[in-house]
Design a protein around this ligand. Sequence first.
Ligand SMILES: Cc1cc2nc3c(=O)[nH]c(=O)nc-3n(C[C@H](O)[C@H](O)[C@H](O)COP(=O)(O)OP(=O)(O)OC[C@H]3O[C@@H](n4cnc5c(N)ncnc54)[C@H](O)[C@@H]3O)c2cc1C
Length: 317
Amino acid sequence: MTHRLTGSIKGQTTPAFALLDQHSKRLGITIAGDDTEKRFSIWSSTAVFRRLNENCTVELESSDRRFLLTLQSNLAEIFEDNGLTITWDEINEGALAPGLSLMHVHSVTRRSPGFTRVRLTGEEASRFATGSLHFRLLLPSDPRTPEWPRISRTGRIIWPEEKIHRPVYTVAAQEEDWLDFDIFHHDGSPTCHWMDRNPVGETVGVMGPGGGWCPSAPVLLLYGDETAQPAIARMLALAEGKVSAVLASSDEDLGALANDSRVFRTDDLVQALKSASVPEDGYVWFAADAERAREARSHLTGLRLAKSQFMVAAYWS
Ligand SMILES: Cc1cc2nc3c(=O)[nH]c(=O)nc-3n(C[C@H](O)[C@H](O)[C@H](O)COP(=O)(O)OP(=O)(O)OC[C@H]3O[C@@H](n4cnc5c(N)ncnc54)[C@H](O)[C@@H]3O)c2cc1C
């Protein structure tokens, strides 16, 4: 099914086209077209801006309504912030931000010295089964009177004045109406502080999924610290080719992974990466703190691996 949204910008086609060109880098898009039409694709959606007499028409299309509304809100924000208004034919004013679901904390369970599992329940949990492994957890500053980001009169997202903490976590397990995620304990963490007060029954926001799926490669080499352990556990289950994982977690925190013959433990992730040889059909996935991620990226770039052969992410800094 194709979802569509249309809109127009009155008498401002030339500045609208210029604004798109200006923002193409920020959005990571390539804009095609000429003086009469601009088009681009992003988030499984397409956008077409057309010069029509004095005005500019806007047409958005997507197979996924969440992506369509995300694109609408991003464009609304960019144009509004630059003094141009897109008049949309349809706006879900007051609705929750696209991709945001409210879920309830069902249980908080200590799994190992370093990890606690949280189960969230809610009707929209099934959305988190495919496409991407991760989500943003939205923790309002006052759980008794939570306020959520919503769609404004002009189609952009308005965030509440009260700060919402929104760290990224990985879906560890999931079924029709629940999802689990594992929090690694560390000092100074608002999420750990929230978890420590056993927030069973509270409502949280869950935004996503996003951030990618298990890479498809004949040989997959995974490296990660504790924060990447949930993602690596998912990828060990999802990988279709040969897969191995090196984890900087304690034996106790590895849990069942400690008995998996594909999993190795290390105290030095970067050194472990440097000691490995990457086969021609191999793909390296590396996630840890920003410093180690920088070192890993520099090492892999030095090996002259193609960009399509590795992914390095800073999971925290
Ligand atoms: C795609 C992705 C998936 C992730 N999945 C998971 C997951 O499933 N489970 C998980 O536990 N984490 C995961 N993380 C990491 C998590 O988002 C970060 O650890 C985040 O910082 C946690 O937020 P916070 O509430 O601690 O607040 P923040 O304000 O982000 O951090 C508070 C303080 O804690 C420090 N800090 C953050 N992480 C650590 C750490 N690991 N060790 C020591 N100090 C730290 C920060 O430097 C800061 O000083 C993921 C990150 C990404 C990008």
